[in-house]
Design a protein around this ligand. Structure first.
Ligand code: ADP
Length: 494
């Protein structure tokens, strides 16, 4: 099975978030499972600066964008993944006027004004690449709004052509909050007729919506956890798209993202003070906690509970809730918090104030640091993730594998991966979760967790071990994607 992955970012060449990791990890797992994935992505400035040599393919072609004809040039390399036995080709589409910039989608907090035009170009160029490279793909797998036009191009402009007639398309929603909504005149850029600008296709409250376009035209739609797949069909989480997703629900599937065990494994972690597994965790993990306290300037207090947070600082992630609860737990109970993240300046400011008000209890770093992220996962006792919504989330999974107990809001992928401790789950619990995203529920649940931490050491240790035994390998996710692709591939032969 040949799968063309079209994505607007791909690690380690271009990255703004988890999407880039998924777009490298999932094709890798599919290759290990015997599929033939190919990746295609824009040739941003960061791609040429990545230090990984690219080769010219010698292939260029013209792409219509509105009334313009724009040249696309293809570059190629192999996905650099040490552990992978099979080599995955990655093609990059170069057009410097669109992609030779400092950012991927924005600069200094402002979206590029021509984002619609840039991704119309990219989407159309992906379609042209299939013929130009004679790819003979079975599945066209698109991701988020940036590639949402591709399933529409396939259905509307390319399905009649020999090279395209048997291709099926799958569109994955990684985060529904970002939909690629543009004014209606941008329809002219797409080259698709106005008859498709209707409420059941590309139109959304008078505007062009590229995520909706992908959802409506793809044969199958996936998102990154089963719970999120249900939630986005409701008004609270649907971001206005709930009825569109209800309509497509027979073809909508939630498939949990995996964890790369080469990167996130306490037994082989090169960043942590010591390495450990479930046999040695109780003896060695305290050394990681001690090293983390030292590195962050917190007092070396083994018995004081240490809460960890690694996150984009955004309203989605509930950082404001964390800021609201910190004073109570510091002042009344002497608890420690360490936070790593960046983003919203107001949230950074609130956390910075708390760090200066409570220097012995709160440490914060406003940067992106993979090394510190690993040390926090290994050194904390409890990992806080009160996200208001969370399509999948990764840190709650990393935490469990590191014997760090997650405390999460019961939503999306957090709900699918954390088993809350209650009377019925004493054998299986892997963490603590709360139902309403407010300070009261968060405080009650912190209290519930600390009561176990302080008073029921055996239960605490059991929860740690339950978490460390979880298996979120990418091969499990890949098997589900393959079954989903096959559902549509078998249909095409009818
Ligand atoms: P999202 O993609 O919504 O930001 P995820 O939990 O799906 O959230 O993925 C975020 C990933 O980025 C996680 O692996 C997390 O550890 C990592 N991350 C986020 N902020 C930082 C940071 N400041 N330093 C290091 N890693 C970070």
């Amino acid at each position: 099975m040949k799968i063309l992955f079209a994505c607007s970012e791909i690690a380690p060449f271009s990255q703004t978030g988890g999407l880039a990791d998924v777009c490298a990890a999932l094709p890798s797992a599919l290759a290990e499972a015997g599929c033939e994935p190919i990746i295609i992505s824009p040739a941003y400035r960061s791609v040429f600066n990545s230090g990984i040599p690219l080769k010219k393919t010698g292939i260029s072609f013209s792409v219509p964008v509105g009334e313009k004809i724009v040249e696309a040039t293809l570059w190629k390399c192999l996905l650099p993944r040490e552990s992978l036995h099979v080599k995955i080709p990655v093609y990059f589409i170069q057009q410097d006027a669109y992609f030779d910039r400092d950012g991927l989608y924005s600069e200094n907090g402002w979206d590029y004004q021509d984002n619609c035009e840039r991704f119309v170009f990219f989407s159309r160029a992906v379609m042209e690449s299939i013929a130009a490279l004679n790819l003979k793909v079975d599945v066209l797998h698109t991701n988020d709004w940036q590639t949402g036009l591709i399933p529409a191009y396939l259905q509307i402009l390319y399905k009649d052509k020999e090279e395209y007639k048997d291709i099926i398309s799958i569109h994955t929603i990684h985060n529904l909050a970002y939909q690629g909504i543009f004014w209606h005149w941008d329809m002219l850029l797409t080259g698709i007729g106005w008859e498709h600008f209707t409420f059941d296709k590309m139109e959304f409250y008078g505007k062009l919506n590229l995520m909706k376009t992908g959802v409506m035209y793809a044969d199958g739609v996936t998102t990154v956890s089963p719970r999120y797949a249900m939630e986005i069909q409701s008004p609270i989480f649907g971001c206005g798209m709930e009825s569109v997703l209800q309509y497509r629900s027979p073809m909508l599937r939630g498939i949990l993202n995996g964890v790369c065990d080469k990167q996130w494994n306490p037994a082989t972690d090169r960043y942590t003070e010591v390495q450990y597994d479930s046999e040695t965790v109780f003896e060695k993990k305290p050394l990681c906690k001690q090293a983390l306290q030292k590195e962050l300037g917190l007092p070396d207090q083994p018995a004081v509970p240490l809460f960890g947070v690694i996150s984009r600082f955004a309203h989605q992630k509930g950082i404001d809730l964390i800021a609201d609860v910190i004073p109570l737990w510091v002042e009344k109970h002497g608890v420690q918090f360490c936070l790593l993240g960046q983003g919203d300046r107001t949230l950074e400011g609130r956390i910075a104030d708390l760090a200066s008000r409570y220097p012995y209890n709160v440490a914060a770093r406003f940067e992106f640091s993979d090394a510190l992220a690993h040390k926090i996962e290994a050194g904390s006792d409890i990992f806080l993730m009160p996200s208001r919504y969370e399509p999948c989330g990764l840190n709650q999974m990393y935490s469990q594998l590191y014997g760090t107990i997650p405390l999460v809001h019961d939503t999306g992928g957090l709900a699918d991966t954390v088993v809350d401790l209650n009377d019925e789950t004493t054998e299986t619990a892997t963490g603590f979760s709360f139902f309403a995203d407010n300070v009261h529920d968060l405080n009650t649940t912190i209290w519930r967790a600390l009561n176990v931490y302080w008073n029921k050491k055996d239960v605490w240790q059991q929860i740690m071990l339950n978490g460390m035994r979880q298996n979120w390998s990418w091969s499990k996710s890949a098997a589900q994607y393959i079954r989903f692709y096959e559902k549509f591939l078998s249909g095409r032969k009818d």
